[in-house]
Structures are given as C-alpha cells and as structure tokens.
Design a protein around this ligand. Structure first.
Ligand code: 0X9
Ligand code: ZN
Length: 300
C-alpha cells in the first residue's frame, strides 16, 4: 500500500485513489479522463459534497516524469484532506476538489523503470528518432513563443502543434467542461522552492497579481514557520523564466481561473529531482500549506 516514506509506482498511486473512493463513496467520483500515449488511464478523483454548488479547486502533479516529489505530494495532500474530512473547516469541505496526481503516467513509469531523469511524455514523434513532448510546453498559450523547442530531441520540445498530446487534450477537455466555478488551479513541480503565478509566456502581470502575490506570500510565511523551508513567491516570468505552452497560463486564460499557481517543491539543488524519500513528508506538508492558503482565500 501507499505511504509517504518512499516513492511509489503508478499502480500503487492508482490503487490508493480507488481506496479513497471506496472509503468515501458518497462524496468521491473517480474519472478516467482519457488515455496516455502508451494507453494508460489518466485518472482524476473528484471530492465533493455538492458538486453543483461548491467552487472548484484543481490540483495536479506529475506533468514532468522525473519530479517524483510531485505525485508524492499530491497524494499526501489527498490523504490529509480525507483522513479528517468530517473535521475539516468549511473552506475545505465546501469545495469541489479535482485531484490528478499523475498527469504524465507514461513518463512516470519510464522514469521509474528506465531513465530516472526523463521529463517528457512518451509519444512517438513521426520522422524523429527521439521520443516525447514536454507537456508543460504543449498547451495552447504562447505556444510558438520563447522557452520551448521545435526539436523533438529537446527536453522542452513543444510538440507538433498546440494541444497535440493526448494527455494535454484530456486535461484541456475536462477543464473546459468544468470551468464554471473553477476558482483555483494548482500544479506541483520540482525543484526550486517557489510559488509562482502567471504569466510565464509574457512579461505582463495578470490582473489579479496583487491578490495572487498576497496569498502566495501567506503560504511562503506559513511554510517558513512550520517546516523552516525557504520558498519564494512571485510572477513566473520574473522568478523562473519565460516559457510558452504551460498548463498554468492556459488555465488562467482559457478557463478564467483566478488562483493559478505553479509550485516548485523541494529542494534548491542539493538533491534536485532525486530528493531523498526522507523529505517526502516535510515537502508534502509544504504542499498542503499552499492548498490550504488558497482554499482559505477563496470566498465561500
Ligand atoms: O519549466 C517548467 O515547466 C516548470 N519548471 S520545471 O523545472 N519543473 O520544469 C515551471 C513552470 C512554470 N510555468 C510555466 N512555464 N508556464
Ligand atoms: Zn516540472
């Protein structure tokens, strides 16, 4: 079974999602929102006591295969929300949660079994010997812009066209059909310890930048006092770098979501993507702090 002492296989993560649904059948719904390039299910768990009314918060992880701490953190968040569901405050309970721990299951499996440093999905690229598209360069926003590559052998290959990938399409279609009341989009990556908000594809600030910065900074402060980790918050373009085709920018623009954050989890480079399992719990807490700060900021 699952725990947060170690990283787990895709199968263990998917079994955990099924277990949660079985334990809370009245409020959970498990979707397969499509198939990956290699035919794996793309799974999303919905948790809601009132899906018609409550505001929606989306959380995803595992866009990038080698960032193992991301699915580990998202499953930790899911577990923490559910173990004390009845005692949760209204800003947690009166929400509709969509949780997708692994957006790129093929890449995750490949990173675990073959190449630890794999980043992209595992789509075959016609006319190339190289494999894989960077899903976080494949969304239809600033897609032809800077920060991505047209070379299929590059780790930041943007794909043949915007939204070309099955994984991207599945998420895009799912979110577009649910954009009503969608208030937050949180996507977990590693590493760098940063909580960033749009835009990434251009220098301009998003119209709610002040509110986004305030909530991001609240999370930064709480993390500092609870785990002593130093995170930064700011605009992606400035704090990280320019890049088109990201899931965060796309959701902001296409679904009109206010609270959009990309969270770069631990660490700051000592272990990088190969974060020791002993740091999963602490990092998971940091992810949960971000989720709680955002949920709290949204009016009921
Ligand atoms: O470059 C990325 O996709 C993310 N960093 S990572 O090291 N995990 O690959 C940052 C994503 C920030 N958002 C966008 N670039 N849209
Ligand atoms: Zn990433």
């Amino acid at each position: 079974g699952i725990d947060w002492k170690d990283y787990h296989d895709l199968e263990t993560i998917y079994a955990f999602m099924r277990e949660i649904r079985q334990k809370f059948p009245k409020i959970c719904r498990l979707y397969s929102i499509g198939k990956s390039a290699e035919g794996r299910d793309l799974k999303v768990l919905r948790i809601s006591e009132n899906p018609r009314e409550y505001k929606k918060i989306w959380i995803d992880g595992g866009i990038h295969a080698r960032e193992w701490i991301s699915p580990a953190t998202v499953t930790f968040i899911l577990y923490q929300l559910m173990i004390k569901w009845e005692e949760q405050p209204d800003y947690i309970k009166q929400r509709t949660w969509y949780i997708m721990p692994v957006m790129n299951p093929d890449g995750y499996v490949y990173s675990r079994k073959v190449n630890r440093m794999w980043r992209k999905n595992r789509a075959r690229i016609p006319g190339s010997k190289c494999i894989g598209v960077d899903l976080n360069r494949n969304f239809n926003i600033g897609w032809k812009g800077r920060g991505s590559s047209t070379d299929p052998c590059s780790d930041i290959y943007r794909g043949a066209s915007a939204g070309s990938e099955l994984e991207t399409k599945a998420v895009v279609n799912f979110l577009l059909r649910r954009k009503h009341n969608l208030e937050a989009y949180l996507t977990f990556h590693s590493y760098g310890q940063a909580i960033v908000h749009p835009w990434a594809y251009k220098a301009a600030k998003v119209k709610d930048s002040a509110a986004l910065q305030r909530v991001g900074q609240t999370a930064v402060q709480r993390i500092l006092s609870e785990t002593k980790s130093v995170y930064k918050s700011g605009v992606t373009y400035q704090l990280l770098s320019v890049a088109g085709g990201g899931s965060d920018d796309w959701t902001r623009a296409a679904c009109d979501v206010k609270y959009v954050y990309t969270v770069e989890l631990r660490d700051t480079g000592k272990y990088g993507f190969q974060l020791p399992p002993s740091q999963i719990l602490g990092t998971g807490k940091e992810g949960l702090i971000v989720v709680e700060a955002v949920a709290q900021a949204i009016t009921l």
